[in-house]
Design a protein around this ligand. Structure first.
Ligand SMILES: *Cc1c(COP(=O)(O)O)cnc(C)c1O
Length: 411
């Protein structure tokens, strides 16, 4: 029993996963599942991709870890690839291990910026405005940044310096900005919160507001980044001309290997030309495991494959295919198909079917899918999230959608 010695923080499904192969998972009973969960939008290339296995094994036999006391060439190579091919703007990368850590990192940069660009009386600015239904992680910093009280219950007092406003409400955001604000943080598509994309006008407005008020634009690309939304980064799928100051990444960057990073823009923050990235000098931040040779070598294989195989463009096409297919079923239980690229949410219509006591509609439908051989993932109470690997074969995509259709028709 896993509960005996593993802390019970997760509501786990009653299956035990034995192995993976591309977009299939197999449980210990030998049952096969179509995997539209992909380790929660993390296994970008599916399971056990030959090039990833090869890069990981090769690096394991050469050097796993040596610490950031020394130069790590794999970091150099990966950082250049991420800056050039994924972010596409001049800046620098800090490597960490997870999404929450990456967000804590960009919150630290924003606070330091608030010291360098203080209030009129010289006291630092420190407040970061985030959005209701956002999700930024479970550490003390990223939990405080998250605009969902359910994850904060009984962990108060929370880290100070956060304020939440409704997503896509530019007027509410403008009203919330004050003398102590130093940054605005958002997901291009809110993932955990229900697959809610930012409106292009909203994102453009946020960027303009940041310029006007000397605030940092902080984008959490942990779930949206690395091709997931059909653009290299989620903000580009919404509004490509926007230029963020800080970007946090994790999930899909490692293809299932623990890896995270944040990017800091090189843009000048004053008339003297001080680069934003320069405010984080030696000693300002660190991580023992951040950017190990093995994590970087693995991630390098993943990101290279995403770039070389055009998986970003493919995610855009397959995402449209999912949307038109599911909409074409014209089922009463489907209210909307939201999202971008291969980050799709099926909004379930309230009252269209009966849900057992204690379950949410999304959790209920997710369980039915699992029983029928399809792994998906709830996003909030009413949305079923489909987040398959970016290289999911067309026939496996169709197989999974076929299972979903059968389940939804029977509701
Ligand atoms: C999953 C997620 C996080 C947290 O990442 P962890 O690796 O679990 O710490 C942060 N932000 C977003 C948008 C996420 O989807």
């Amino acid at each position: 029993m896993i509960q005996e010695h593993v802390l019970g923080t997760y509501g786990r499904a009653p299956i035990t996963v034995a192995k993976g192969e591309g977009s299939y998972l197999f449980d210990t009973e030998g049952r096969r599942y179509v995997d539209f969960c992909a380790g929660i939008a993390t296994c970008s290339l599916g399971h056990c991709h030959a090039k990833v296995v090869e890069a990981l094994s090769r690096q394991a036999g050469q050097l796993m870890h040596c610490s950031n006391l020394y130069n790590i060439p794999q970091q150099e190579e990966l950082a250049a690839l991420i800056c050039d091919k994924m972010i596409g703007l001049p800046g620098k990368i800090f490597f960490c291990n997870s999404g929450a850590e990456a967000n804590d990192g960009i919150i630290k940069v924003a606070r330091r910026f608030g010291h360098r660009h203080p209030q009129a009386d010289g006291s630092p600015r420190y407040e970061v405005i985030t959005f209701n239904k956002s999700f930024h992680g479970r550490t003390l910093g990223s939990m405080a940044a998250t605009g969902q009280t359910k994850i904060q219950v009984e962990f108060d007092p929370l880290l100070v310096g956060f304020k939440y406003v409704d997503f896509n409400d530019l007027e509410a955001l403008k009203a919330a900005v004050s003398d102590i604000t130093c940054g605005i943080m958002l997901e291009a598509v809110q993932g955990e919160g229900g697959v809610n994309p930012a409106n292009p006008e909203f994102l453009r407005g946020v960027a303009a507001l940041c310029k006007q008020k000397d605030l940092l634009l902080m984008i959490d690309e942990v779930q949206c980044g690395f091709g997931r939304t059909g653009a290299t980064m989620g903000w580009k799928a919404v509004c490509p001309e926007v230029e963020p100051d800080l970007v946090s990444c994790a999930k899909g960057i490692g293809g299932g290997f623990p890896m995270g990073c944040f990017w800091v823009s090189n843009r000048a923050i004053d008339a003297a030309g001080t680069q934003l990235s320069s405010i984080m000098g030696p000693g300002s931040h660190g991580s023992t495991f951040g950017g190990t040779p093995i994590a970087c070598a693995t991630s390098l294989a993943v990101v290279t494959e995403i770039v070389e195989q055009g998986l970003t463009e493919r995610a855009a096409k397959l995402g449209e295919y999912i949307k038109t297919t599911v909409e074409g079923w014209n089922l009463p239980c489907v209210e909307t198909v939201r999202g971008l690229g291969l980050l799709r949410g099926i909004g379930l219509r309230k009252g269209a079917f009966t849900v057992p006591d204690g379950a949410t509609p999304a959790a209920y439908v997710n369980t039915l899918c699992m029983q029928a051989g399809l792994l998906a993932c709830p996003a909030g109470p009413d949305t079923l999230r489909l987040i398959p690997a970016l290289n999911v074969p067309q026939e496996v995509l169709e197989e999974g959608l076929g299972i979903l259709k059968t389940v939804l028709e029977k509701l």
